[in-house]
Ligand binder design. Structure first.
Ligand SMILES: [Zn+2]
Length: 223
């Protein structure tokens, strides 16, 4: 088990993927609420994004997590469903506009390892919530970890200055411990930096090219 207040790693710009797919759907009806539960970014919405913050909900349902946005209390950009929900294994929920600063970290929080200790992290970060009860009996599923990694890879490909992946606990150790001791941080790090999925699609694309240039045999002789 790890110490969530130490969970972080940096993204090496030389390994940045050119593109990364993300299977996501908007949570039904949340877009307008998310506009009211977020702020205009004070930095450029593409070049100004420097970090991804990993959270866990401490509740057992995506609906419970999404309700804080409908209540305009807090917000985050994506929600990773729990294993007993029908979306698990298929897609993640988009819950706030990426161009907006979602409300997922207190403004006063900062850490020297994360963009030289700057505050107002929401303005230069994206937030991911993973649905998990935060109790010993509720393990994170492999798919939840992979889906979280895929969101990070998607963001890494999209935001050229994205450098830090960090836990909420590291940014706010006095008040938060998420994503918790049971979150497999090393596995997340490996999945983000490894990027097998894109390599597989590249191989498939290359195979398709070979197929395309191969002279096609006549299916039938027309005389
Ligand atoms: Zn959190």
């Amino acid at each position: 088990m790890g110490d969530p207040t130490t969970y972080h790693f940096d993204l090496d710009a030389t390994l940045r993927p050119k593109h990364a797919m993300l299977e996501e759907r908007w949570w039904p009806g949340i877009r307008d609420a998310a506009l009211e539960a977020s702020s205009a970014r004070i930095y450029d919405p593409i070049r100004g994004v420097r970090a991804v913050v990993i959270h866990a909900t401490a509740g057992g349902s995506s609906a419970g997590a999404a309700s804080v946005i409908f209540d305009r209390k807090a917000s985050f950009h994506w929600l990773v469903p729990d294993e007993d929900e029908p979306q698990h294994g298929s897609f993640v929920w988009a819950t706030c506009h990426e161009a907006r600063a979602a409300w997922h970290v207190r403004n006063t929080c900062c850490h020297p390892a994360i963009w030289d200790g700057r505050g107002r992290i929401n303005h230069w970060s994206l937030g991911i919530e993973v649905v998990n009860r935060q109790v010993r009996s509720d393990a994170f599923s492999d798919w939840q970890v992979e889906a979280t990694a895929q969101i990070v890879r998607y963001a890494w490909a999209k935001y050229p200055n994205l450098r830090h992946v960090v836990s909420h606990a590291m940014l706010d150790p006095a008040r938060r411990s998420d994503p918790g001791r049971l979150f497999p941080w090393e596995r997340l790090r490996t999945a983000v930096l490894d990027g097998r999925e894109e390599r597989v699609s590249e191989l498939v694309a290359r195979a398709a090219e070979v197929e395309a240039v191969r002279p096609s045999a006549p299916l039938c002789m027309v005389v």
